[in-house]
Design a protein. Structure first.
Length: 286
C-alpha cells in the first residue's frame, strides 16, 4: 500500500505556499466577484501521465474556504489527455485564491510521478530498483519523494541524518592513499556508529572496491562507471554488499545499466530536471 505523507506536514507546506501567493488576499477576486458567488470546476489533463498530489491539491482548496473536491483518479493512477481528474465546487473567491497553488503542486508532483514511471518501465524484468536522491526542491522533499513512490520508484535516505553515505569528497578529506589505509580509516569511523546505521560508500574506480568492502559496508555506490565496469564490479562484489549505480543516469541508459545486475540505480533527474505535467482547471458558474 502506498504510504502517504503526514497530513499535518502537507498542510504546513500548503499554508506557506498560499501565504506566498496571497499575503494580503486576492485583490482581483475580491474586487470583481460577489462574496456569495458559487462556481464549479474540473481538473482536466492536457496530456497523459501519472497522478500525484491528490491530498495537497485538496488541502489548498480546503484551506482557502468551504467547498467540495472529489477526485475521479487517485495518486499513482495513469490518465490520458482530456480526462477529468477531479471535480470541485464552492465559493468563487476561495477556489480562485487556491487555483495556482493547487495546480503548481499537482502539476509538478504528477510530472515527477510520470517521469519516474518511465524509468521504472525501462528497468522492468531486472532486479534493479529506481531510487531518488537528495536533489529535491528545498522545503518540498516530503512531497517530491512521495511523487517518486507514486511513479513506482523507491526512496534513498531522506536526509543526512538517516544513514552514512561517504562520497568522493569525504574520502578525499580523509587523505587516504587507498588500500589498507583506507580500510583502516573507514573502520575507525564506523566503530562509533549505532549498530542499526546503514553504511554506504561511493567509489569511482574498480581498485577501490576491495578496500571499501573490507571496511564492512552495507552498500557500495559505483559512481559514473561505464557499463562494462559495472558488470565487472557486480561480479567482483558478488553479493558481499548491495550495489548502487549512480551518476550520469539518463532514461536511454537505464535498460543497459539495470541489465548489469546492480541492485539500485539512483537518478537525480527524477526531481531536479522534471517537467511539470500540463493540467488545467476549467471553471463554470454553478
Amino acid at each position: 500500500m502506498l504510504m502517504k505523507p503526514d497530513q499535518h506536514a502537507v498542510e504546513r507546506i500548503v499554508r506557506m505556499a498560499l501565504l506566498e501567493d496571497a499575503p494580503w488576499g486576492d485583490l482581483t477576486s475580491e474586487a470583481l466577484l460577489p462574496s456569495d458567488l458559487e462556481i464549479s470546476a474540473q481538473l482536466v489533463a492536457r496530456e497523459e501521465g501519472v497522478l500525484c498530489g491528490e491530498e495537497v491539491f485538496s488541502s489548498a482548496m480546503s484551506l482557502t474556504g468551504p467547498g467540495s473536491v472529489k477526485f475521479r483518479k487517485h495518486d499513482s493512477d495513469r490518465f490520458s489527455a482530456g480526462e477529468v481528474l477531479a471535480v470541485l465546487s464552492g465559493p468563487a473567491r476561495s477556489l480562485l485564491k487556491a487555483e495556482r497553488v493547487a495546480l503548481n503542486f499537482v502539476q509538478r508532483l504528477s510530472g515527477i510521478a510520470t517521469l519516474t514511471a518511465r524509468y521504472v518501465a525501462e528497468a522492468a524484468g531486472t532486479k534493479a530498483r529506481i531510487v531518488d536522491t537528495r536533489k529535491t526542491t528545498p522545503g518540498l522533499r516530503l512531497l517530491e519523494r512521495y511523487a517518486v513512490r507514486c511513479g513506482g520508484g523507491h526512496n534513498h535516505r531522506f536526509s543526512l541524518s538517516d544513514a552514512l553515505l561517504a562520497k568522493d569528497n569525504h574520502l578525499a578529506a580523509l587523505q587516504s592513499s587507498g588500500g589498507e589505509e583506507l580500510t583502516r580509516k573507514l573502520r575507525a569511523a564506523f566503530a562509533n556508529l549505532p549498530h542499526t546505521t546503514h553504511i554506504e560508500v561511493e567509489v569511482d574506480r574498480l581498485d577501490q572496491i576491495e578496500p571499501v568492502l573490507a571496511s564492512g559496508v552495507d552498500t557500495i555506490m559505483l559512481d559514473n562507471f561505464s557499463v562494462g565496469d559495472l558488470r565487472t564490479a557486480v561480479r567482483q562484489i558478488n553479493g558481499r554488499a548491495r550495489v548502487e549505480a549512480s551518476g550520469g543516469v539518463s532514461l536511454d541508459r537505464i535498460r543497459e545499466i539495470a541489465a548489469t545486475g546492480v541492485d539500485l540505480i539512483s537518478v537525480g533527474a527524477l526531481t531536479h530536471s522534471v517537467r511539470s505535467i500540463d493540467l488545467g482547471l476549467d471553471f463554470q458558474q454553478s
